[in-house]
Design a protein around this ligand. Structure first.
Ligand SMILES: [Fe+2]
Length: 579
């Protein structure tokens, strides 16, 4: 059943207006506490962006988290969606700041460059499902875009190479005709959605209209052949021009070295890129492009944030985490609202399990973040109606690890990342990515695991319809019997979901319901192996239960335990799945 919530490979059968739903979800986060007010003076390209004061969380309200840390963590998710190694955007950001300094931008203007560089591609997965339908592996397609100056014949050739990729020739032909007939409207729609979503995220994070407007320009080009508005020259916001150049150059520097990167910039001078920026870069390419790894390490990059370096209030952090949950769920039309649903379930269930208010808040945060790593897996896999190949399964098994890595570097978010990264581990060690088991899984992890499975079952997937609440509860109960999900956690989640539950009986000597089951079977003469078979658990797990029974009851032999079971009226208690 670990597979059931790897489950969440979505399908293409649900028709819905993706753009509107995407924006509607994100725009539920109101643009409170707008921190940047960027004004244009209409004189020069360089002085059009100014920042006003940035309110900061303080005292009891302070979350202890810099906005830059959260945005940098989200940029790691964008890296994966772009088919790049993590920290590509951190390095691009550092290069963007060097370019901004070289052209004399003020501190406030550099702050805009900083946020546009980190958030520029945050909307890149908003239409992954649709992109995969046109182009196959959409992440591979985006990675290849770095190779091509997309206007003109090169761009047309790129589209020809990628349309229907991975599919049979007849499918490629069938897709090609409407794509050509659309005269670029298909790609334009994707890029328009991307820009709108990135802008909405920026506003939702408390950034102002200047950052938002520059984010709307990341697909525009110096030569006017970009999208969605076809802006030209200095009509394209300077931060967007800087970030475009920095992103492509960083990719080619990493792959081919400084000379190759400078060559790419020169070849696209005056087409994709602002000629004056290319000239700045190529004046001293070694100085501009050297040492980006060290300069863009996590701490260096966070410290490099220009201007006022806002710290988020606790309320701002909660809203931002909700917005991240929505971002993750946009990866598939089947998962819309999934992370919010899981967060609501664990919020209620935490109290039922005796978690403290602090632990409950941490768990809710983990629930909001838990699926962001899904951005690193192609929608071709999530949306596949049939079973996955071995290679596809391996890819899926990595996504909780991606989630954990994204947030692990922030001291404030690392505890949430730890919980989120384990939500697909199982008590019997059958989960992933690390195959943890038993005591290694905290009560918070067990609750998140149970809530994730339950919520996922209520949602349709490419390979199955949605379950009714009653059927979902039955599946969870079976998971408890199989020793994969924790009985107490499942009980709490089902209670939180509104299921009417039989009162959990208190068992003598602090025995759990599962231990009572094992005791009853042992008392009936079943061997450890037979008990394991009857309860669909491993012999090792059954042996552990027997050890715990001896420890709790003070018995030291099977006969003694059988006597205890009879005296306590525990025989005939096949009941672990009482939920
Ligand atoms: Fe999930």
């Amino acid at each position: 059943m670990a597979g059931e919530d790897a489950d969440e490979r979505a399908s293409g059968r649900i028709a819905r207006p993706r753009v509107l739903s995407a924006l509607a979800v994100v725009s539920r986060v109101p643009p409170r506490n707008r921190t940047y007010e960027l004004k244009g003076d209409g004189e020069t390209g360089l002085s059009r962006y100014r920042a006003s004061g940035l309110p900061m969380g303080n005292g009891a309200e302070c979350s202890g988290l810099r906005l830059a840390e959260l945005v940098a963590a989200v940029s790691l998710a964008s890296d994966l969606g772009l088919g790049q190694p993590m920290e590509h955007l951190l390095r691009s950001c550092r290069l963007g700041l060097r370019l901004a300094e070289s052209v004399g931008l003020s501190e406030d203007e550099r702050a805009v460059v900083y946020y546009v560089a980190l958030l520029g591609w945050v909307g890149c997965h908003a239409e992954s499902h649709e992109q995969a339908a046109w182009f196959g592996d959409e992440i591979a397609m985006k990675a290849d875009r770095y190779e091509v100056d997309m206007a003109g014949r090169a761009g047309a050739g790129f589209v020809l190479r990628h349309v229907g990729a991975g599919g049979p020739p007849w499918r490629r032909a069938r897709l090609l005709a409407p794509l050509i007939a659309s005269h670029g409207k298909v790609a334009g729609a994707f890029e328009g959605t991307h820009c709108q979503l990135a802008g909405q995220v920026a506003v939702g994070l408390g950034l102002g209209t200047g950052v938002r407007d520059a984010l709307h320009h990341v697909f525009e080009r110096w030569d006017g052949k970009g999208r969605p508005a076809g802006l030209r020259g200095e009509q394209v916001a300077l931060p967007a021009r800087i970030v475009q150049l920095a992103g492509v150059v960083e990719r080619h520097r990493r792959e081919g070295g400084i000379d190759v990167a400078a060559g790419v910039a020169r070849r696209r001078r005056g087409t994709q890129f602002d000629p004056s920026l290319v000239d700045r870069l190529c004046l001293q390419p070694g100085r501009m492009l050297s040492g980006l790894e060290a300069a863009a390490s996590w701490d260096e990059l966070i410290d490099a944030e220009p201007a006022l370096r806002p710290v988020m209030s606790e309320e701002q952090l909660q809203r931002a985490l909700e917005a991240i949950a929505d971002l993750a769920d946009l990866k598939s039309p089947y998962t819309t609202g999934h992370s919010r649903g899981v967060a609501e379930l664990v919020s209620t269930a935490a109290g039922r399990c005796g978690l403290s208010a602090g632990q409950a808040a941490e768990l809710r945060g983990a629930a909001w973040l838990h699926d962001l790593g899904r951005l690193g897996v192609s929608s071709v896999i999530w949306d596949k109606p049939g079973s996955l190949s071995e290679a596809e399964s391996e890819r899926v098994r990595m996504f909780p690890y991606f989630t954990q890595r994204m947030f692990a570097r922030s001291a404030r978010l690392a505890p949430l990342a730890e919980i989120a990264g384990q939500h697909l581990e199982r008590l019997d060690g059958s989960g992933y990515p690390r195959g943890l088991s038993g005591a290694a899984l905290s009560p918070a992890v067990r609750l998140l695991a149970a809530a994730d499975v339950y919520q996922a079952l209520l949602e349709p997937r490419a390979y199955r319809p949605e379950y009714s609440p009653a059927d979902a509860a039955r599946v969870l109960a079976a998971e408890v019997r199989a020793g994969r999900l924790d009985g107490d956690a499942v009980h709490a989640v089902l209670g939180a979901a509104g299921h009417r539950l039989a009162r959990r009986r208190e068992w003598p000597a602090g025995l759990t319901a599962r231990e009572v089951e094992v005791l009853a079977l042992a008392a009936q003469g079943h061997s450890t192996k037979e008990i394991a078979g009857r309860l669909v658990i491993s012999p090792k797990t059954a042996g552990n239960h027997i050890e715990h029974i001896y420890l709790k009851t003070g018995c030291s032999s099977r006969a003694e335990a059988s006597l205890y079971a009879m005296q306590q009226g525990l025989l005939g208690e096949p009941r672990a799945a009482q939920t």
